[in-house]
Design a protein around this ligand. Structure first.
Ligand SMILES: [Zn+2]
Length: 335
């Protein structure tokens, strides 16, 4: 039986103050997924260099991959590294798409400061019941909880759906009230994975349903909203992967200007996973292709990490608006 650890022992914070400031300031907190050291360091360095608060997130399978006993110490290392780099940025560790009370509890007990309970594949009542159960356990420990209403299309780790079901605005008020969640992920046309939308040349990506978002904002004013599946699927990375022996189908993601618009609304958290994967894979492919004799992992993982840093800085500065927002944070939650 592993020792129970509270996130404050790791130097982490929950998402409460982050979301309040993001709501007031008209920007969104970046939530970057990671599985390994180079990704984690790339995210942290990019966020320290842009003075951005950050949510580090892992899916259940990423937690398994990195090892659940090891993972909290990676987050602790990230906090220490950020401080050593002179960036006292607020850092949360979040479970992405938790599918059961047991998983959420296990994460909370091991040092996560925030968890998602994704019961969106269940009927409303069952989703609300499951979410509320996690909220009760989490809030006793000052851990924040994200719920979800509506289903995104696409594939991401353990979540997949062929079609999207937009969130029904008429359900959000009751869900938030019944469950006590701290934030709500909604489905307004974003999509999981690298193959979000296929469009023919000259065609536009289907725009996000800002009408649904506005209707939701009206019903739960000032409540933090989360967008999943919000990678842009940076075309340069896909082109680079294909130019150096990869085989990725052409696909497009969510245009940056739509994400910027969302970040200015009640959307307080924007999830980015695929773009980080593409950035590292593109660089690694290029290096292997140009230097077939290279076998030192630092020689390809290092430049891959550098590219991730560039990507994170770009997102924080020009897409989410989270750059230069890390000051004036109480590093401990004070509620
Ligand atoms: Zn997601």
């Amino acid at each position: 039986m592993a020792k129970t650890m509270h996130y404050s022992e790791l130097g982490l914070v929950n998402t409460k103050e982050m979301f309040k400031k993001a709501m007031d300031g008209g920007y969104a907190i970046p939530a970057y997924n990671f599985n390994n050291m180079e990704q984690l360091q790339g995210i942290i360095i990019g966020c320290v260099e842009t003075k951005s608060p950050v949510i580090l997130q892992v899916s259940g399978s990423a937690r398994k991959y990195a090892n659940q006993r090891f993972l909290p110490y990676m987050a602790m290392g990230a906090v220490q590294m950020a401080q050593a780099l002179g960036g006292n940025i607020p850092i949360a560790l979040h479970l992405d798409h938790g599918d059961s009370f047991d998983l959420a509890k296990s994460c909370i007990d091991s040092g996560f400061s925030s968890v998602m309970l994704d019961g969106s594949h269940h009927a409303f009542e069952e989703n609300a019941k499951l979410t509320k159960q996690v909220v009760e356990y989490a809030h006793e420990r000052d851990v924040t909880v994200e719920g979800e209403l509506g289903v995104l299309a696409g594939v991401e780790d353990e979540v997949s759906s062929e079609v999207s079901h937009f969130t029904k605005p008429e359900e959000v008020e009751e869900f938030v009230e019944k469950t006590g969640v701290d934030s709500l992920a909604i489905s307004i046309g974003t999509s999981h994975g690298a193959y979000k939308f296929k469009v023919k040349p000259g065609e536009e990506v289907p725009p996000l349903r800002f009408d649904i978002l506005e209707e939701i904002e009206k019903r739960i004013p000032g409540f933090p909203i989360v967008l999943h599946g919000a990678s842009t699927i940076v075309p340069e990375y896909v082109a680079m992967i294909n130019a150096f022996g990869g085989k990725m189908e052409e696909a497009v993601g969510i245009p940056e200007e739509q994400l910027r618009r969302a970040a200015g609304s009640a959307v307080c958290k924007i999830n980015i996973d695929s773009d980080g994967r593409l950035a590292m894979t593109a660089v690694i492919r290029k290096i292997f292709s140009e230097n077939p004799s290279e076998f030192d992992p630092r020689k390809y993982l290092g430049p891959a990490r550098d590219e991730l840093i560039r990507m994170v800085k770009h997102k924080n500065e020009t897409v989410l608006g989270s750059a230069n927002r890390s000051s004036k944070f109480g590093m401990r939650n004070t509620e």
